[in-house]
Write a protein that binds this ligand. Structure first.
Ligand code: AMP
Length: 192
């Protein structure tokens, strides 16, 4: 089983690269952002609760997203592996994921981190906001807030996986196909 944590700041290209990975390796995509947006669209209590945070560019409480992921893993044991996209975003989430996966003897194979500079992120997110229906991509102040939350709360997650020798950095400033080639090189090495 191959479990990949696709890591990087908002706008780094995690969603785009996840789509390519799913097609190539037949993995199950678990994006907490996508799951929360679907809940919001459905008008569920969970969606409404999450929206209070995501509309402000803040992280949804750990307990909520951990429970979401736990449920997905529990109900999809037959898959080839998972791509975790936008999760874990805090060290508490990373630690909870380790516990969940170790219980099932299917540990994280590696974290692939897309490295993109902040100016580029800002430009990409504003551009995405022109065509997407994501309110958090339309307001420059919210975008800045999300990048700031990433720097303070999420970057320590890279250290968590580095300590386990599972961190693989990839230059996310290159073209989509070049980035995917670099990611595929890491995945092929992890498969061995
Ligand atoms: P994303 O689509 O990954 O950029 O996520 C959009 C928003 O959903 C984030 O700004 C957070 O408010 C929320 N969110 C998504 N994933 C997580 C997570 N792992 N932990 C906390 N909040 C999250």
């Amino acid at each position: 089983m191959l479990n990949i944590v696709l890591f990087g700041p908002p706008g780094a290209g995690k969603g785009t690269q996840s789509e390519k990975l799913i097609a190539q390796y037949n993995l199950m995509h678990l994006s907490t952002g996508d799951i929360l947006r679907a809940e919001k669209k459905a008008g569920s209590p969970l969606g409404k609760q999450a929206q209070e945070y995501s509309d402000k560019g803040l992280l949804v409480p750990d307990a909520l997203v951990i429970a979401l992921i736990e449920d997905k893993i529990k109900h999809n044991k037959q898959v080839n592996g998972f791509i975790f996209d936008g999760f874990p975003r805090t060290v508490a989430q990373a630690s909870a994921l380790d516990t969940m996966l170790n219980e099932s003897s299917i540990p994280v194979s590696g974290m692939i981190a897309l490295e993109v500079n902040e100016d580029e992120l800002f430009v990409r997110l504003l551009k995405r906001g022109e065509t997407s229906d994501r309110p958090d991509d339309k307001d420059p102040a919210i975008i800045r807030q999300r990048i700031s939350v990433y720097n303070s709360e999420t970057t320590p997650v890279a250290g968590f996986y580095s300590a386990q020798k599972k961190y693989y950095g990839v230059d996310g400033m290159k073209s989509i196909d070049t980035v995917f080639e670099s990611i595929s090189d890491v995945v092929e090495a992890l498969k061995k």
